[in-house]
Design a protein around this ligand. Structure first.
Ligand code: AHG
Ligand code: MN
Ligand code: MN
Length: 343
């Protein structure tokens, strides 16, 4: 009888490997954690939206959806056509999922209540439908970032009350990177797992499980054009790094810079600047979900000297500074912030 043990070599295509799809992974996770399948239905909604967005990003120039609209979002930033398209895909793919209570988008001034907790709305999803959208026109990696919370108030006056919870309350978080491949990275609080979209079968297949970042890696990722506007402690850190054989990598899409940091190690930093005195990145749908991923992969995630996930949010679109990545590398930056700028 031939041995049908499936080999794990990957070069022959999916038929010769143990195929764990995002769907089967989530259902297994639900079993392990006593879930009822409603949570997996939300992740499958995000996966569907991600595949639709990936297709549109790939076809952006063909379908003439690059560039901006004449509108700006709540942050006063010019909206890119793909920002709106990505937002629509996610709202439609999640809006009809039975357990969704609130959807909060970077592109929406206020959160959208889909159904109250009493009507079965158990989860809130905060998301950045398209991160790094200034890179769309030049085919550089962009992505979608999401954070999933439980909407645990029974009575509430407005949707912000339901969703404004510290990052420690996240039940899941992740991102989809539309890069040279389409990568889905997810944590449900039990480590970080990575999936790649196999275009041959239109499915996310698992390629890594319980990812851990290197504790140290001499790579820093920061927009040094703003150097003169950084607080002195950050300037002193950079001068120290320049003298200690660091290399710099900065893509300008948080999702791509954080993914490189997850895979290779290093530190991603967006300090306070002259324009953004509290930092540019948004707590609820950029810093918190990425911070959850970093911590689950053995790294750290800080806003100046505060742990990002401990911050009590006051507004949906509030910003914070960001220092996240390898434990040793974040600690190097914190040493300068805590010692008045000395190493
Ligand atoms: P978004 O496209 O969702 O507005 O996010 C852009 C963010 C983030 O992706 C990136 O890290 C940062 O903006 C880059 O800012 P600078 O261009 O100021 O460096
Ligand atoms: Mn963003
Ligand atoms: Mn965005």
């Amino acid at each position: 009888m031939p041995d049908y043990t499936v080999t794990t070599t990957r070069y022959l295509g999916f038929a010769d490997q143990n195929l764990t799809t995002l769907q089967s992974y989530i259902l297994a996770e639900e079993d392990d954690h006593g879930g009822t399948g409603d949570f997996s239905w939300i992740i499958s909604g995000i996966s569907l939206a991600g595949r639709a967005i990936a297709n549109k990003v790939r076809r952006a120039r063909i379908d003439d959806v690059i560039g901006g609209l004449d509108s700006s979002n709540v942050h006063g930033e010019e909206q890119q056509k793909l920002d709106i398209i990505a937002n629509e895909f996610i709202m439609r793919c999640l809006g009809d999922r039975a357990d969704i209570g609130v959807l909060a988008s970077e592109e929406g001034e206020t959160p959208t209540i889909i159904r109250s907790p009493k009507e079965g709305g158990k989860y809130c999803v905060a998301f950045d439908p398209l991160d790094g959208s200034s890179n769309i026109d030049v085919s550089v990696g962009v992505g979608t970032i999401f954070s999933i919370l439980k909407s645990d108030h029974e009575d509430f006056d407005d949707a912000e009350q339901l969703i404004l919870q510290p990052g420690t309350k996240q039940v899941a978080a992740g991102y989809i990177l539309y890069g040279s491949s389409v990568i889905f990275v997810l944590t449900t609080g039990h480590g970080v797992d990575m999936f790649v979209l196999d275009p041959a079968i239109g499915t996310f297949v698992q390629v890594a499980s319980k990812l851990k970042m290197p504790d140290e890696k001499k790579i820093y990722s920061i927009n040094e054009a703003y150097y003169d506007k950084f607080p002195a402690e950050y300037q002193n850190y950079l001068q120290w790094a320049h003298k200690n054989d660091y290399s710099a990598r900065y893509i300008g899409s948080m999702v791509a810079d954080v993914h490189r940091t997850l895979v290779k190690g290093g530190v991603f930093i967006y300090p306070p600047t002259g324009v953004h005195r509290k930092g540019k990145l948004r707590l609820m749908y950029e810093a918190n979900p990425m911070g959850f991923i970093m911590e689950q992969a053995g790294g750290l995630a800080y806003a100046d000297t505060d742990r990002i996930m401990d911050i009590e949010p006051e507004a949906l679109h509030q910003r914070c500074s960001v220092i996240m990545g390898s434990k040793g590398e974040v600690e190097n930056v914190l040493r300068f912030l805590r010692n008045g700028g000395e190493s």
